[in-house]
Design a protein around this ligand. Structure first.
Ligand SMILES: *Cc1c(COP(=O)(O)O)cnc(C)c1O
Length: 424
């Protein structure tokens, strides 16, 4: 949780008091640390420096324009999965010529937009997509650079909703199909096969799946080169795990240790698509206790923020560290299990769904109406997956930089909530 620390019993983001920000801007409130964002990117850049990688920050983890701009200024490129995300990258003023574009359902309009932006490559997920890229490229009189997204049939041992590189899920193609498509690319003047791509799932807390994938990548690159394809790129996707609970997230250098030797052996350039690793621990969601109630033998602490803001617990059964912004008990390193001076509570939101919770049976210092709670490690797939469910406006976002803070997204108003709706 670099970027966030308690000082004299108060939570700070860099040099800025979280309680002060909540007072100024209201809750629920997203707060990010700029130095944490840049530090995490630097860790990856440094760990893989030997093979001069192109790091493509995964926009879907958090696409706020100021975060994209911060990443671009720190030397990152971008991984997008839609035309909208590519639009965000452009809007943030970033160079689109090193953007990679993945996703199983790219529309012709999205493909055209990406070709017009002269992106580095499409990560192609099916034969039909390859045909669509060829046809749009032809109509524009350009060449579409493609990487075939392989399904290496590797079990990344993550949640069933976030595993992507195992046989039977919708992503990528098996090696035999990739061989056929590679032949097709060779014959088409509007296509160029420039690499192979794999994304195994997320978050992946061990390095073994990456080692297995890198090894497979080398075999495939060698085989394709012998057939005359000029393969320049190996893209091993994203998925690097982070510490949600304690210190379970490996350092970038550990992933690099198993990946780099294979990249050198293949003589390829490496692209990576980290999202969570960079932004996950760099952001928190601050909520306020509205009510507390006891029912059915349980104590519920009801927050003003809910699954409309942060859906991860409801969607992935995910664990987030929670602790008050001004706690009566210092946050221990281990927040699972019983904690002295704390009470066992369910931390829930206001949304009318039983799945609207942040934690169940969690020990927290006693909290009262009006107290502020920090939900840690909320930077990735937090605001990116927020919705207006229950007609809750999207929360504001703040970026802290040393002693300074700025609003990087205003809180949505009720008027904005209905602005696109038409009534007679
Ligand atoms: C989601 C996704 C990523 C990013 O995953 P993280 O776990 O956030 O690093 C990278 N590449 C592709 C193709 C993705 O779909």
């Amino acid at each position: 949780m670099s970027g966030f620390q308690y000082q004299n019993g108060q939570l700070y983001c860099e040099g800025v008091s979280v309680a002060k920000l909540a007072e100024q801007h209201g809750t629920p409130l997203w707060i990010y640390s700029k130095s944490a964002l840049v530090t995490r990117l630097r860790e990856i850049q440094t760990a893989f420096a030997e093979v001069d990688p192109v790091i493509c920050y995964s926009v879907k983890a958090n696409g706020n324009l100021s975060i994209l701009k911060t990443m671009a200024e720190a030397g990152s490129s971008f991984d997008v999965v839609s035309g909208g995300e590519l639009f965000r990258v452009k809007k943030a003023g970033a160079d689109t010529s090193k953007v990679v574009f993945a996703g199983v359902g790219k529309t012709d309009d999205e493909i055209r937009f990406a070709l017009e932006c002269n992106i580095l490559k499409f990560d192609v997920e099916s034969e039909a997509e390859l045909d669509a890229i060829a046809s749009v490229a032809k109509s524009l009189g350009v060449v579409g650079r493609v990487a075939l997204r392989l399904n290496p049939d590797i079990d990344a041992k993550t949640h069933t909703k976030t595993t992507t590189g195992k046989k039977g899920n919708k992503f990528g193609m098996d090696i035999e199909r990739a061989d056929q498509l590679a032949e097709k690319v060779l014959k088409n003047p509007n296509l160029e096969l420039s690499g192979i791509h794999m994304h195994l799932g997320s978050p992946i807390l061990t390095t073994d799946p990456y080692e297995a994938a890198a090894k497979k990548a080398v075999e495939v690159v060698k085989a394709y080169r012998s057939k005359g394809h000029p393969i320049h790129w190996i893209n091993l996707g994203g998925g690097f795990g982070i510490s949600y609970r304690k210190n379970e997230g490996p350092a970038a250098s550990e992933y690099a240790k198993v990946i780099v030797p294979y990249i050198k052996e293949a003589g390829c350039r490496l692209t990576l698509e980290p999202g969570r690793y960079i932004v996950g621990n760099s952001g928190i969601l601050v909520t306020k206790v509205i009510f507390k109630k006891q029912e059915g033998g349980k104590t519920f602490v009801i927050q003003d923020g809910g699954m409309n803001d942060l859906i991860r617990p409801a969607m992935y059964d995910s664990f987030h560290r929670l602790w008050p912004v001004a706690p009566s008990v210092a946050m221990p390193e281990d927040v699972e299990g019983e904690i002295a001076g704390c009470e066992k509570v369910d931390v829930v939101g206001p949304i009318c769904e039983s799945s609207d919770y942040f934690a169940k049976d969690r020990y927290l210092p006693p909290m009262q109406r009006g107290d502020l709670l920090s939900i840690f490690s909320a930077g990735a797939y937090g605001t990116a997956m927020s919705s207006n469910y229950n007609a809750k406006p999207l929360a504001a976002e703040i970026l802290c930089d040393g002693a300074n803070s700025k609003v990087i997204r205003r809180r949505q108003t009720y008027e904005e909530l209905v602005a696109n709706e038409l009534v007679d």
